[in-house]
Design a protein around this ligand. Structure first.
Ligand code: RIB
Length: 319
């Protein structure tokens, strides 16, 4: 493995990231403005395509040249077939993915407005069938990983077992708490890097999603819940790395925004791959900001997940 002189470009990585999470069939509608409750709006384009934060992150990892293993569940419908075809094309190891009889594959309904902002509703389907025992069955994928990466489109038991197995084996854990919900201390205490956006950070810390509390304060509240380090993504402003003694601001590259859906997935994939390559949290966050920036330049998530070559077109922000 090697890095450039600046230390934030992962030139090669034989690292392994095991992603424990969701797969959703995706249904995307473009609108001028996201409707308010009770309103119907006429949209323009409609697209069907794969999604789910776990699967998106696993594909993001593989595109960046690291080994990606995915632990999850899909249903026994044609959306499940499509998922396996996708993972085969994207070189994601799915030995630990289970098909659940008589259950629908998860589905994500995404509305994207003219500024590229989105609103998403997810029907968990088979993702809700990912239980702790299933995760325990994937102990080899977890123990042999360089980083274990989870999100919250699966249940607490599954997330808890994944971070527990990883911690016991000394494997660094990243939890992208999306969508946010309150979590037991036993989970948070096993998380090395928590990667919320500003809304998720507030919810996790027990505030209203738009509470007028400084990000630094929220970050410290999350540290008090037991996580090792908070890497809070702040949209076009990049990310904040918050530890007990320090606050570091990492700027985001300036790009033309088409669709922000999946920016967090691309960030987390890049962040995790960079950690497997031995980069420190600052360099890993810079790399994640670049992979996240690439994602927002494309419509839909999968087309926005970058390869190393794609990243050459993403500017490096001033430090
Ligand atoms: O992060 C974007 C993803 O969130 C979409 O793919 C959708 O399926 C939801 O899981």
């Amino acid at each position: 493995m090697s890095t450039d002189a600046e230390g934030d470009d992962v030139v090669s990585s034989g690292g392994r990231v095991t992603v424990v999470g969701s797969y959703n069939a995706g249904f995307v509608i473009d609108v001028d403005e996201i409707p308010v409750p009770g309103e119907t709006v006429l949209g323009s384009d409609f697209a069907e395509g794969p999604g789910g934060k776990g699967s998106n992150q696993a594909i993001g990892v593989a595109r960046l040249g690291a080994n990606a293993s995915f632990v999850g569940c899909v249903g026994d419908d044609h959306y499940g077939d499509e998922a396996f075809d996708l993972w085969a094309r994207e070189d994601v190891d799915v030995e630990a993915v289970e098909r659940i009889d008589d259950v629908a594959t998860g589905a994500g309904f995404v509305i994207v407005d003219e500024n590229g902002e989105n609103a998403i509703a997810v029907a968990p389907g088979a993702n809700a069938e990912l239980h702790a025992d299933h995760v325990a069955d994937a102990h080899e994928q977890i123990r042999n990983a360089d980083v274990v990466l989870c999100q919250l489109e699966i249940g607490d038991e599954a997330v808890g077992r994944a971070v527990e197995l990883a911690s016991d084996a000394g494997v660094p854990t990243v939890l992208n708490p999306a969508p946010a919900r309150e979590l037991p201390a036993t989970i948070l205490e096993s998380v090395d890097y928590l990667t919320p956006n500003v809304t998720e950070a507030r919810l996790l810390a027990g505030h209203e999603p738009d509470a007028d509390v400084p990000n630094e304060t929220v970050g410290h509240e999350l540290l008090e819940l037991g996580v090792g380090c908070v890497v809070m993504t702040v949209g076009e402003d990049g990310a904040l790395i918050i530890t007990e003694d320090d606050l570091e601001r990492i700027p985001a590259p300036v790009v033309d925004v088409v669709d922000t859906t999946g920016a967090g997935d691309a960030f987390n994939a890049g962040f995790a791959v960079a950690l497997t390559a031995g980069l420190d949290v600052t360099a890993a966050t810079r790399f994640g900001c670049r992979t996240g920036a690439h994602c927002v330049t494309a419509r839909e998530v999968i087309p926005g997940l970058p390869t190393r070559e794609d990243l050459e077109g993403i500017p490096r922000p001033d430090r």
